[in-house]
Write a protein that binds this ligand. Sequence first.
Ligand SMILES: [Zn+2]
Length: 166
Amino acid sequence: MFKKLTLNDPVFNVQNYPLPPLGEGPEGALRGINLLIIHCSATLPHQRVTVEEIDRWHRQRGFDCIGYHFYITVDGTIWTGRPLSQVGAHCKGYNAHSIGICYEGGLDEEGRPCDTRTLLQKAALVALINKLREMYPTADVVGHNDLDLSKACPCFSAVSEYNEGE
Ligand SMILES: [Zn+2]
């Protein structure tokens, strides 16, 4: 059900989403996506968590399936999650018009919030974000903690890292 992605995968072709636009202008395509929201899995550095496992956890919480649209493991692999055309379940109040991207990790060995991204994950995040920005040029990149101040997730400042020079 989940697959490894390359950046020329049809999943990144906006033509493949025959949904009626929700709004006006380029941001109107595909659910009116205007936010790319970055998350972490909130798991320990030595803990390997597959996309299937996240899917299982989210189903246990009562979701239909994995709540994120993309998941990036420590080896830098980008995995498909919930289909882009479907509203995610990752950030209360912001799911309808956003895409949820999660990286594996986010806690130190003591279980405290920590930016544990590997170089491969950082590179994959940049590549994925750039690809999604081609599809949704007006979308902002933010962290879960920018929208919900009670959260540490994703344990780094997505706004300052991904919106440099804007
Ligand atoms: Zn989060």
